[in-house]
Design a protein around this ligand. Structure first.
Ligand SMILES: NC(=O)c1ccc[n+]([C@@H]2O[C@H](COP(=O)([O-])OP(=O)(O)OC[C@H]3O[C@@H](n4cnc5c(N)ncnc54)[C@H](OP(=O)(O)O)[C@@H]3O)[C@@H](O)[C@H]2O)c1
Length: 325
């Protein structure tokens, strides 16, 4: 995994004036903090979320922190096909879209199996919704990438994937649903899709990179309190503080998403995660067989199977051929 990893200063990000980024799930946690960090770079930051009140609260919190920021918000529930198509149509009509962070997620799955739009809820939110959204936005990203380099999609992986050993997927978990299994399998599938998207984008010559970010172990209870966005209870703060040696704040976790999105040194096939695996400065690593986080998910057969499943489940075919060089 050793590779050249140029210095990256999370406090002094490169100027992104003129560039446009979309973040899903920007109403809380990592998505909010990533949006706040990007807002300082001069970029136009589009915050998306499923709840209009939480969306207003998070945008207002960013504008309080960074009054000169250029932001807007857009309603987007990643479990709903209609919401995805409508948001994507709005974004495709814009002048440019330089990057998307596919951040929204169910992090604490329900105890019993639930469904959204006919699919298991965690799968639908973390995997299928983002697969459909990224496919819908590929034309906007590719058009921007043809004009200026650096167009990217960032997928949210997880250290928990290192514990996933199976190549036999049962994405819908109709039998044997468990909270942890639903979450880890969803992140395994996300990483498999990121790797497969990378292979297909390169093969078709589409000027958009597919990269993975993972935030280590990032807790709201270790993060700044922000009205309407991050208001952990005293108990949550206490429990989070007990985990201080192995955990970090969501501000720190979000730096991995931001670096994955804007560092010119990050290329197709890369992963960005904390140097100490669970916490620490964001570092670029290869995602290959030697990386325990990606060893199985990066296998082409696994990626092809995950892709076929998602195409079928979402009835979405990514328009690679239209945007190849
Ligand atoms: N925190 C970690 O240590 C960690 C580790 C590995 C990976 N990750 C990944 O990082 C991402 C963010 O995690 P987090 O810790 O920041 O979680 P979080 O604090 O629970 O925030 C999740 C965000 O996703 C949004 N969301 C959930 N369902 C949605 C839907 N159907 N449509 C649109 N937005 C939806 C939530 O919106 P609402 O405000 O409406 O609920 C919220 O903004 C996830 O993909 C997670 O798997 C996190």
């Amino acid at each position: 995994m050793a590779r050249t990893d140029p210095a990256w200063d999370t406090e002094h990000l490169p100027d992104q004036t003129g560039r446009v980024f979309l973040i899903t799930g920007a109403t809380a946690g990592l998505g909010f903090f990533a949006a706040a960090q990007l807002a300082r770079t001069g970029a136009h930051v589009i915050l998306s979320g499923r709840n209009p009140n939480r969306l207003s609260a998070s945008r207002a919190a960013i504008m309080r922190r960074v009054p000169e920021a250029s932001t807007e918000s857009i309603l987007l529930d990643v479990t709903k096909g209609g919401s995805i198509r409508s948001a994507a149509a709005t974004l495709r009509s814009r002048e440019r879209l330089d990057g998307i962070i596919l951040n929204a997620g169910v992090v604490h799955p329900p105890k019993e199996r639930e469904e959204a739009e006919g699919h298991e809820l965690v799968l639908q939110t973390n995997v299928l919704g983002h697969f459909a959204l990224a496919g819908e936005l590929l034309p906007a990203l590719a058009r921007t990438g043809l004009r200026t380099p650096g167009a990217r999609m960032v997928w949210l992986g997880s250290v928990s994937v290192a514990s996933w050993r199976s190549r036999d997927l049962a994405p819908e978990l109709e039998a044997g649903y468990k909270m942890a299994r639903a979450y880890v399998q969803s992140k395994f599938l996300v990483q498999a899709l990121a790797a497969e998207a990378d292979r297909r984008l390169r093969a078709a010559g589409v000027p958009v990179a597919s990269v993975i970010a993972h935030p280590g172990y990032s807790l709201g209870g270790r993060s700044a309190g922000i009205a309407g966005v991050n208001q952990p209870s005293r108990l949550k703060r206490f429990l989070a503080n007990l985990q201080a040696p192995i955990a970090q704040s969501k501000e720190a976790g979000a730096t991995n998403e931001v670096r994955a999105l804007i560092d010119p040194a990050v290329g197709p096939g890369d992963m960005v995660g904390p140097v100490g695996r669970l916490r620490g400065e964001p570092r670029i690593t290869d995602r290959d067989a030697r990386n325990p986080l990606t060893a199985i998910s990066a296998e082409p057969e696994v990626g092809a199977a995950a892709w076929a499943f998602c195409e079928d489940a979402t009835r979405t075919v990514w328009p690679f051929a239209r945007f190849g060089r």
